[in-house]
Design a protein around this ligand. Structure first.
Ligand code: GLU
Length: 333
């Protein structure tokens, strides 16, 4: 009896020390590996027919041509809301997203109440993204209030667009329940459905000139729904990242002028990225803006990525690597 007790105690001890050894090995394995060549980063971007994706592609080319220690892969996604989560789970090192959504994620409010992403850091802001409600002309939608009872694509799953759709409808005392049907389509599907008359309208918060909207405008009579001034004032007062913007006529083939709200696109990175590498990335982008195939050439919106506006509308703490670069440029004290 006594002997069996001692034996089982020994077995338990043996088992525990084996566990400790495995644990120890795991810790060792978690040490960063010494690898030759550049560090590989993923940038969570957005819709293939949007603007984040071509801009991310240009950043990846810029890194290849001008940034020695970083290689970047752009990945398409639902966009802003999903991208902040990809930073939180450390499935992406960098992400492009809307500044309103970055603010919600960092502070754990709105859709991030149970899952704040405090480890997200700002690098720089990019260009305005207009909330564009594209409606087929025959649907007779004069303002967002007329969306009641209509079939509407409210933004892809994981998009910032959907959050903006909720807020814009709120300004008109509407919710998704008041719509005829709520479609959650990718941006490309939403433009196909609009073209084929399967939906009456679709929300897109995206840089002007997005392929998703032009693809419908060239084949169908569509308009961008104007938001009334008093509703714009309410939106700006309630959700401070909005600004009032006019979309000039013919931004898309044959589409008349409209007035709406806009937010800003920005790029973020995980707080644990090395200061030196983030500095190298940010300086690599800004120091080479005039080079062939730069972010300014990838899309018309890329020309709005400038040193002067790089920290405008920045809603969260800067990454120390970005801070160092913008300090040297005199943008940060
Ligand atoms: N702003 C969009 C969203 O988060 C994505 C736009 C894009 O992919 O260019 O809903």
């Amino acid at each position: 009896m006594e002997f069996r007790k001692v034996l089982s105690l020994m077995l338990v001890l043996l088992f525990m020390s084996a566990l400790l050894m495995v644990g120890g090995c795991e810790e060792e394995a978690a040490e960063p590996e010494e690898v030759d060549g550049p560090v590989r980063w993923t940038i969570a971007s957005g819709w293939v027919a949007g603007v984040y994706y071509p801009i991310s592609g240009a950043m990846s080319r810029m890194a290849y041509d001008h940034i020695e220690n970083i290689s970047i892969t752009a990945e398409a996604s639902g966009a802003s809301v999903a991208n902040a989560r990809l930073i939180g789970t450390r499935d992406a090192e960098l992400a492009i997203l809307q500044n309103d959504i970055a603010y919600y994620a960092y502070n754990g409010i709105e859709m991030y109440e149970d899952e704040a992403v405090p480890e997200m850091r700002g690098l720089f802001t990019l260009y305005p993204e207009h909330c564009q409600i594209v409606a087929s002309a025959e649907a007779g939608i004069e303002n967002p209030g007329d969306l009641a009872g209509k079939n509407v694509a409210v933004g892809p799953l994981g998009s910032g667009t959907e959050a903006n759709a909720v807020q814009i409808l709120e300004a008109y005392d509407l919710t998704f329940d008041d719509l005829g049907s709520v479609e959650r389509l990718t941006a490309s599907e939403a433009s196909d459905f609009l073209r084929d008359g399967r939906i009456d309208a679709a929300f897109f918060t995206v840089g002007l000139g997005a392929a998703a909207i032009e693809e419908v405008a060239i084949v169908k009579d569509v308009e961008i729904v104007t938001i009334d001034d008093d509703k714009i004032d309410w939106l700006i007062e309630t959700y401070p990242y909005y600004s009032k913007e006019v979309i000039p006529a013919d931004t898309y083939s044959g589409v008349p002028e409209s007035t709406t709200v806009a937010v800003l696109a920005m790029i973020v990175g995980h707080a644990d990225l090395s200061e030196d590498l983030v500095y190298e990335f940010v300086s690599g982008i800004f120091d080479n803006l005039d080079q062939p195939q730069s972010v300014q050439e990838a899309h018309e919106r890329g020309t709005m990525i400038t040193m002067d506006t790089a920290l405008e509308g920045m809603p969260i703490e800067l990454h120390p690597g970005a801070e160092k670069y913008f300090q040297e440029q005199g943008l940060v004290e």
